[in-house]
Design a protein around this ligand. Structure first.
Ligand code: FE2
Length: 223
């Protein structure tokens, strides 16, 4: 069967490229693990845990509530099922404990403002924008796993389950979320808003992720 590319499908390509570039640039901007002190390494793992442990499933659930297409619902449902059934938050907590990097109140406060900004965006329940943000999140997580595993190794931890699982499965998840996006876009004939608007969640999440690695970026203006 010959498949035809619709204008909407082809409009996903630049968004996908932007998201790909954004996560590559983020990783390239991170400090070399060998140059970090033990406390800096602990802080990155702890802030990563503070952001991911209690929020990932909630944000994916928000995407589930926001979408309207059967295709997107089915894809996100599978993703959520895996998260819950395989206890990914528990896996992450085990990883943080083994690396002596359980988040403290200081770690939580360092990312508080930028985390709130993402939550405010998620609360809008905007399907296409949320799917873009979650596709970016999954893609970035996969790429970040070797870095996170190396931080933990330098902390003397041999716990690998979380980083092993997420280095593999999230590649598929990212592709699936772009498929969900196509399903969602196919529901409407309305033209897409400009890319800057569509990528609002991606941008807020990018700032938060940078804050995980650079804690000073989140200081000030707590609300
Ligand atoms: Fe997960």
């Amino acid at each position: 069967m010959k498949t035809t590319i619709t204008p909407k499908q082809s409009s996903i390509v630049p968004l996908q490229e932007h998201i790909d570039r954004t996560s590559q640039e983020l990783l390239a901007s991170f400090p070399n693990t060998q140059q970090l002190s033990a406390d800096e390494r602990r802080g990155i793992i702890a802030r990563y845990t503070a952001v991911l442990e209690g929020n990932f499933i909630y944000w994916m659930t928000a995407a589930y509530l926001a979408v309207a297409s059967d295709e997107a619902h089915a894809i996100i449902r599978d993703n959520l099922l895996e998260e819950v059934r395989d206890n990914h938050p528990g896996m992450l907590r085990k990883f943080a404990i083994a690396a002596n990097a359980v988040p403290t109140d200081v770690d939580a406060l360092a990312v508080h403002r930028n985390l709130q900004n993402v939550r405010l965006f998620v609360a809008q329940l905007s399907a296409v924008k949320l799917l873009l943000m979650m596709a970016f999140f999954e893609g970035w997580i996969t790429r970040f796993m070797p870095y996170l595993a190396e931080l933990a190794r330098c902390q003397g931890s041999a716990e690998r389950e979380y980083t092993d699982v997420h280095g593999v499965c999230d590649v598929v998840h990212t592709q699936e979320l772009f498929r969900a996006l196509e399903g969602e876009m196919a529901l409407t004939d309305d033209p897409l808003p400009p890319a800057t608007q569509l990528l609002e969640g991606v941008e807020r999440l990018r700032v938060l992720i940078r804050n995980i690695v650079y804690p000073a970026a989140g200081v000030g203006g707590l609300r």
